[in-house]
Design a protein around this ligand. Structure first.
Ligand code: SF4
Length: 247
């Protein structure tokens, strides 16, 4: 499974535009219930007007709300990113902390956001990012039958060695975003078809050809078709977990 995902997603990356751990933290908070593409549209103005935690902490909330409004839940998100900014200023010298325990003290930061920031900004493998895409793909592949993201993360961390946690996070997420989507999983075009207990239909060509096609699709930046709903498949979990360990 890892080899296939590696071929399909040779350069796993975070699709949230950012220039610093601070910008990544804010972008990740804004990405909840939204898409990375939408967040990337609002953050240039947000960071141009309030470039530092101190500036954002002191900003007029109504003005911040107007900027982040397209991402949805804009009042709550404004409250969270300004709360995060104030906490960074008051407790961390205006810097984004580099440990899970410290990050979890920041408003708006749960394990998913903390894992994104630690992995992408600091290359610290504290865990595996579990968002709606990762949770869906993990279930369909039979890697976890849990619905609580913390338990899904626990299951995934037990299946994969720590040295791949950062990259497998992005690979599972991107695979879910572009191929194993919530509403219309592209089973036939999926490089994991032969190792997936939820696959349906007939695979197109070889898995290497499908992986190459997925790599091309990601490189082209296909539209996000999978945010939101978390479709349920019927995985055979034990078999999937075995495949993950053995591949
Ligand atoms: S075969 Fe289908 S369900 Fe399995 S990972 Fe691929 S797209 Fe998802």
């Amino acid at each position: 499974m890892q080899e296939r995902l590696k071929r399909a997603i040779p350069e796993p990356r975070c699709e949230l535009d950012h220039r610093s751990p601070w910008e990544l933290l804010v972008a990740t908070i804004l990405s909840a219930q939204s898409t990375d593409a939408t967040v990337n549209k609002v953050t240039p103005e947000l960071f141009a007007r309030w470039p530092t935690p101190l500036a954002l902490a002191e900003a007029d909330p109504a003005e911040v709300e107007a900027v982040v409004r397209p991402t949805g839940f804009f009042r709550n998100k404004t409250r969270l990113i300004q709360g995060a900014a104030r906490t960074l200023v008051a407790e961390f010298g205006g810097k984004v902390p580099q440990t899970m325990d410290d990050l979890l003290r920041v408003p708006g930061v749960a394990r998913k956001t903390a894992n994104v920031v630690l992995g992408v900004a600091y290359r610290v493998a504290a865990g595996i990012v579990v968002d709606t895409h990762v949770q869906r793909v993990a279930e369909r592949l039979g890697l976890s039958g849990e619905h609580d993201p913390a338990k899904v993360e626990r299951d995934l961390c037990a299946l994969f060695p720590r040295r791949v946690w950062i990259d497998i996070s992005h690979r599972l997420l991107l695979h879910g975003r572009y191929v194993c989507t919530a509403r219309q999983p592209a089973h036939e075009a999926c490089c994991l078809f032969e190792v997936c207990p939820s696959a349906q239909g007939q695979p197109e060509g070889t898995w290497t050809a499908r992986a190459a096609a997925e790599a091309a699709r990601l490189a082209a930046g296909a539209e996000d078709a999978g945010d939101g709903a978390n479709a349920r498949a019927s995985p055979r979990r034990a078999a999937g977990a075995r495949r993950a360990r053995n591949s």
